[in-house]
Ligand binder design. Structure first.
Ligand SMILES: Cc1cc2nc3c(=O)[nH]c(=O)nc-3n(C[C@H](O)[C@H](O)[C@H](O)COP(=O)(O)OP(=O)(O)OC[C@H]3O[C@@H](n4cnc5c(N)ncnc54)[C@H](O)[C@@H]3O)c2cc1C
Ligand code: FES
Length: 268
């Protein structure tokens, strides 16, 4: 467990906050990994809340980790009220992140709503780790409406292209992000493509059906309610194809989309 000082914590969209915290130099999370967040000096909420690493970078004083989170209940509400200088108790980085493959030439990021939280860090990671190779990073960004499109400007700076859609048609393609992907994907040809996705379970299930006949790698980050975050309590189990179970906090949160049983095994 480390103590992290809050540097900034501001609302960037309705009920969505971007928090920056000072972390030790040795903190080295990979894209897709997460941390369990608790509050110094507060006994409630007792359990940590899992939040993905949204970005990890340095300034002159050391390392900074960003978290992007939506206020949905008691823990995230307490977090949203924390001010600059407040301290968090951080367990992590935890879990298994996305696979970063040097040979991949085109990266598709498919982000639904808060799903952009881990994918932004993956985009940054792929951009920095090009190894001299020209690589396309194409982000499909979906939200309910224009006001809830998250991280658009930062994604535009990081990705080669950002394609937008909204459920109500107030900006970009009118429809869901998987529909946008289906409409646009045929324009891109060639080998060495990988797809990474995060978003509501229904969106990921739709993606799994959509890519069933394809051969490219596709990894997804999934969410389950968590208690311990370290593989001990089994509260985060999800079903795998073939009947086995996996712990989201330990074997995940990132899984090969073809590994998961999308018809069973979620607490949602
Ligand atoms: C690996 C992982 C990474 C995550 N990364 C992020 C992130 O980057 N940004 C972000 O905003 N959220 C993220 N979440 C979801 C986040 O953990 C929950 O929104 C948070 O724990 C809710 O806590 P709360 O006390 O505010 O809400 P609670 O009062 O505990 O619950 C409020 C509502 O949220 C639901 N909920 C609670 N925990 C989860 C959960 N783990 N998954 C899905 N629904 C939940 C409850 O069923 C309830 O409907 C992540 C979850 C996981 C498992
Ligand atoms: S949260 Fe306890 S095993 Fe995953």
């Amino acid at each position: 467990m480390i103590k992290a000082e809050i540097l900034r914590n501001r609302e960037i969209a309705p009920e969505v906050f971007l928090l920056s915290m000072r972390v030790p130099e040795s903190f080295s999370g990979a894209p897709g990994q997460f941390v369990m967040v608790r509050f110094e000096g507060l006994d409630f909420p007792l359990l940590g809340r899992p939040i993905s690493i949204h970005s990890l970078y340095r300034d002159r004083k050391g390392a900074i980790c960003d978290l992007l989170y939506r206020v949905v209940g008691i823990g995230s509400a307490v977090l949203s009220r924390m001010k600059k200088g407040g301290r968090l108790l951080i367990l992590g980085p935890l879990g298994r992140g996305f696979t970063v493959r040097a040979e991949i030439e085109r990266v598709f990021l498919v982000a639904g709503g808060m799903g952009v939280a881990p994918l932004f860090y993956l985009a940054e990671y792929y951009r920095k780790c090009t190894g001299g190779r020209k690589r396309e990073i194409i982000c499909f960004l979906g939200a309910r409406n224009a006001d809830t499109l998250l991280d658009l400007e930062r994604l535009r700076k990081t990705c080669s292209e950002v394609l937008i859609c909204t459920d109500d048609g107030s900006r970009g393609f009118h429809g869901q992000v998987t529909q946008l992907l289906a409409a646009e994907m045929g324009k891109y040809t060639g080998e060495k493509t990988a797809v990474f996705a995060c978003g509501p379970r229904a969106m990921l299930a739709a993606l799994s059906r959509q890519i069933a006949g394809e051969s490219f790698p596709c990894e997804v980050s999934v969410e389950e309610k968590m208690a311990c975050g370290i593989g001990a309590c089994l509260s985060c189990a999800v079903s795998l194809r073939g009947g086995a179970y996996a712990r989201v906090c330990k074997e995940g949160p990132v899984f090969d989309i073809r590994e998961l049983d999308w018809d069973h095994g979620s607490t949602e």
